[in-house]
Design a protein around this ligand. Sequence first.
Ligand code: COA
Ligand code: AMP
Length: 635
Amino acid sequence: MQSEYRKIYDGSMQEPEGFWAAAATAIDWYKPWDKVFDPYAGQYGLWFTGAECNTCYNCLDRHVEGGRADQAALIYDSPITNSQKTYTYRELRDEVQTFAAVLSDKGIQKGDRVIIYMPMIPEAVIAMLACARIGAIHSVVFGGFAPNELATRINDATPKLIISASCGIEPGRIIAYKPLLDKALELADFKPDNCIIVQRPMEPASLIAGRDHDWTESIAAARAAGKKADCVPVLATDPLYILYTSGTTGEPKGVVRDNGGHMVALKWSMKNIYDVDPGEVYWAASDVGWVVGHSYIVYAPLLHGCTSILFEGKPVGTPDAGVFWRVISEHNVVSLFTAPTAFRAIKKEDPAGALIKDYDLSKFRTLYLAGERADPDTLQWAETQLGVPVIDHWWQTETGWAIAANPLGLGPLPIKHGSPTVAMPGYDVRILDEQCHEMPNGETGAISIKLPLPPSCLPTLWNNDARFRESYLDEFPGYYKTADAGYIDDDGYIYVMSRTDDIINVAGHRLSTGAMEEVVAAHPDVAECAVVGIADQLKGQVPAGFFVLNSGVNRAASEIEREVVQLVREKIGPVAAFKIALPVARLPKTRSGKILRGTIRKIADGETYKMPATIDDPAILDEIASVLKDRGIPA
Ligand code: COA
Ligand code: AMP
């Protein structure tokens, strides 16, 4: 089939309002919009101003009323606890409306914030949708973050209530979440009124009387009293959620997602990008703590009337590298979306793909990858082993859906390994030089998006319009700065090569090396430090820290090294995967005192590098290379 992409994309550029108004007919609204797009509202304009809607209604009630009541909405598959549970649309709606009533009883109203700090259990999805139902703004915090990170988010979002679980389960160990939550609440300046805790049998938590409430008991009481919360109409431009993401400093940025534009873009993406029909089974193997989990475990599949898989496990080790194929065949998954790192992990354990042959994957049509650069090796391996198209697509927490993809529903475009293909409707992607001039095809520069951004993209940062403008809009006036560098080829294919800031992608998880430097520098014996992302065969990148000791410190450097590693784990969390901390005599700097992080990274990755013209003392680079060599880096 000839792809309709070009026609559709050009239409979205020439008539953006007509394009998105047509897409918006797939959503139920309480009140239509005054304007499809108001360029004078918000920071760069707002979509669907004046419209009223409810995201939970469109995810659940609409399908229950429309004939999908008995279709599975959510399948919880947890190889790590050896359990499964399926919720039909009716059952999920019932759970959500009851839990929403519990929230209302605790005083939660439209616009209030609720933090969700949970493992991958159905209650996390129920909590998100219950907030959406009553117009409360959820903020999910990934379970692998430490109390300190949770406390930062509590202070910024000022939630009236926090929902958590007694524990999460990682291979070989139980992570007690409740003590982490208690610690975060101790650290935070802001204190919520209540916490609701899901008690898991593997490790129940002790609850603090008056503040902590048991999820099951709260639901049972609401159900016994016949309480159910109705969907509350909210403005399309009201926030649905805040999702904190790493910025260039230790302070995470609260990305705001609105209700209306988000629904419109996500619903559009399900057929046109993922080529999935209502009633089919869709699986995003991510975590609800990340944007992929928000968009493609929870909201998009449900908006589209699909069955979504909630997977509590790992691609390997739960119990083996065949678990993805088991889930696909057992639940008839048609599309899987995950990060390349998951496939690198599988490939490492089962290079010949022997386990794939144990399962019937005949219903499986497409694999989608995002979250980090998809290395051509992994892509090719997946294509060969699975015999289905493997589609790399590029997006960010800030956008909530793909900026570039191969939109299979419009007819596939030729795949070019190394490129996430072409810009999606509404995204006017340009490559700019430092003076904000457009660069010729094939030349690398700052990947930018000409304003306005399409629906679903962040309208601002939570409570911080100034930081939004400064982070994204100020550097290239009239454009959104993606902070990714890359180029566009003559066919319009986009290549995303690297970040232009200090963000690194570790196993598909977005982390700031600047935030890690703040933690390392806070060690009392450390005079100065640098953290860079270095290549890793499994995780894509891992952080490596280099630190100089204060003069006069006479403890063993190895002891300080262990403390530094522990400090990052304690302050940022295990998800940082910070395991390399190297004591060095000096750090390489320019004559003006800037640490040459890029050069350090190149040495660690075994890349050739040009001696920076402004380097203060070139001998330091040899010292760094020698310290790395002693640790077997590069491998
Ligand atoms: N709660 C508590 N700790 C967590 C956690 C959670 N929800 N998630 C991860 N961690 C811990 C891990 O146990 C690990 O701890 P360790 O240092 O003691 O081993 C650490 O954080 C790092 O986790 P991770 O980077 O996930 O490494 P891993 O070795 O456990 O697993 C992969 C590696 C590739 C298997 C895993 O990252 C994966 O499945 N990735 C899939 C893609 C994905 O989820 N991408 C997200 C965006 S699409
Ligand atoms: P996150 O906000 O966690 O989704 O991370 C977004 C960042 O991940 C982007 O800015 C890119 O640097 C990187 N990224 C995501 N998808 C891709 C991709 N397909 N190719 C290259 N980089 C990607």
